[in-house]
Design a protein around this ligand. Structure first.
Ligand SMILES: Cc1cc2nc3c(=O)[nH]c(=O)nc-3n(C[C@H](O)[C@H](O)[C@H](O)COP(=O)(O)O)c2cc1C
Length: 455
């Protein structure tokens, strides 16, 4: 098989304006195209490639440059990334076509000063119209590709890609085919139309006023099946890079707090030690009085027999203390006590339980009077609350669910005895942790105004 291809760029010595009969201009030039072998015109199997710039101009997609920013905004469906450079703000955005490119494809080059050119409204439809007119005029079967120039993430330099196509197999899926070594290819899909666009750009050059070209030797890539440049757009849900890195980080930061919800149902999946350690490392960054770091944590893993044992013993001891409170202080009848303490206890079954502790011996001041000692204790308690919130926010960011359960706060003596803690160590409840068995429920955003007290 002859695998060589021939590309003939075609100069068009006129500038395009709204209302020009694009098909007539193109077919006139195609009739005269000269091939290296001396033949003329176009033939079955040829692929006609044209820049989006001339298609857009003929279709009247021109705006005044004074409204360039407005034009970019109008053409933008979704901002993917922005970058401030000495020349201004670069916006990478997605257009209605699904294309992701700088300035939504709004272009100030090769157009009258004071104007900008937008992308064609529907380049696939433009390609289909052009193909129909060319095929009818010359009585041939051909393909059409409409190109535009784009930068690429991770790569310097621009290349041309197909933004409109008709009659051309835009993607060639090699999946399931075997290579010369007998390996079955699994994920190879070649972007044929983009490769054609890039090859033509190479042959045409940027400045030679050759917005049109014919490619010969790729008839195997012509197809009657519906195939459009739109098919090359990767669906958003499959896109690993749907947001710029800076934008993704900003969004992650903004959502960190609202992402945390109390999760009370966990799977049996193993919880790795590292995310727990990272969450604790974040927890201790909470603000605390007097530059102190009074936060301590006891980690009890359900999958460690010693830990599991210690956890059960603690929860049993806490239950006994609770029963004592219910009977001797509250005077509840035994059947009600039995009912209340028999309720399922998340702390017994969660894959991991962390008991956060604030230790007043690590930095709290002491005063001769109770009033100030009590205020000092409050300071450390609220700092402890901030630490637990930090812990839970980071757990959520690590994909782990957590529920803050108050129980140890009602039985601090039991906890101190159980873990041999000092008298000024205050347990701050317990946090049940595991992989969520279902995604957290969303909730309506809050408005600050409902929480403000007028000064
Ligand atoms: C100090 C404290 C103690 C809590 N104790 C319990 C508890 O004993 N049992 C429980 O199911 N949830 C407990 N919660 C969780 C709250 O019910 C939960 O945070 C609240 O319903 C808001 O839901 P969210 O965490 O999803 O925003 C406690 C929360 C805090 C801050």
């Amino acid at each position: 098989m002859n695998s060589s291809i021939t590309i003939v760029p075609i100069r068009i010595d006129q500038s395009f304006s709204p209302g020009d009969d694009l098909s007539a201009i193109v077919t006139d030039h195609l009739a005269q195209v000269e091939w290296p072998d001396g033949s003329q015109g176009i033939d079955d199997g040829d692929i006609v490639v044209i820049t989006s710039k001339v298609v857009a101009k003929a279709e009247g997609r021109i705006a005044q440059a004074t409204s360039r920013d407005d034009a970019i905004q109008d053409e933008t469906i979704r901002v993917v990334a922005t970058k401030r450079t000495p020349r201004g703000l670069t916006t990478i955005s997605q257009t209605a076509h699904g294309l992701v490119l700088a300035a939504a494809g709004v272009d100030a080059s090769n157009t009258d000063q004071g104007t900008v050119v937008l992308l064609p409204e529907d380049p696939d439809a433009s390609a289909a119209r052009l193909r129909e007119d060319i095929e009818r005029t010359f009585n041939v079967g051909i393909g059409v590709v409409i190109t535009d120039t784009m930068g690429r993430p991770w790569r310097l330099g621009v290349t041309d890609v197909a933004i409109g196509a008709s009659g051309v197999q835009v993607l060639d899926d090699f999946t399931g085919r075997q290579d010369e070594y007998g390996n079955t290819l699994e994920m190879t899909v070649v972007a044929i139309a983009d490769e054609i666009a890039a090859a033509v750009e190479l042959a045409s050059g940027k400045l030679a006023r050759a917005p049109l070209a014919v490619v010969r030797g790729l008839s195997q890539h012509l197809t009657e099946k519906p195939a459009t440049a739109r098919d090359v757009v990767r669906p958003l849900e499959e896109d690993l890079f749907w947001l710029g890195a800076a934008e993704a980080m900003k969004e992650g930061g903004q959502r960190a707090v609202s992402q945390r919800r109390t999760i009370r149902h966990f799977t049996d999946d193993h919880v790795d030690a590292e995310p727990l350690e990272r969450a604790i490392a974040d927890a201790v960054l909470a603000p605390a009085p007097h530059h102190s770091e009074p936060f301590r944590f006891i980690v009890l893993r359900g999958d460690d027999p010693h830990h599991a044992n210690r956890r059960t013993q603690l929860l049993d001891a806490m239950r006994n203390a609770w029963i004592a409170d219910l009977s001797s202080i509250d005077g509840k009848p035994s059947d009600e006590i039995n009912r209340r303490v028999a309720r399922g206890n998340l702390l017994r079954t969660a894959p991991v339980v962390i008991i956060p502790i604030v230790d007043l011996d690590s930095g709290a001041h002491t005063y001769p009077d109770d009033r100030r000692n009590s205020a000092e204790r409050d300071l450390f308690m609220v700092a402890g609350g901030a630490a637990v919130e930090n812990l839970m926010i980071r757990l959520a960011a690590e994909g782990l669910g957590s529920a803050w359960i108050s129980s140890t706060m009602f039985a601090p003596e039991v906890v101190r005895d159980h873990f041999d803690l000092g008298q000024r160590a205050i347990p701050l409840g317990a946090v049940a942790i595991g992989h969520p068995s279902a995604p957290a429920q969303g909730r309506p955003p809050r408005s600050a105004s409902s929480y403000l007290i007028e000064p």
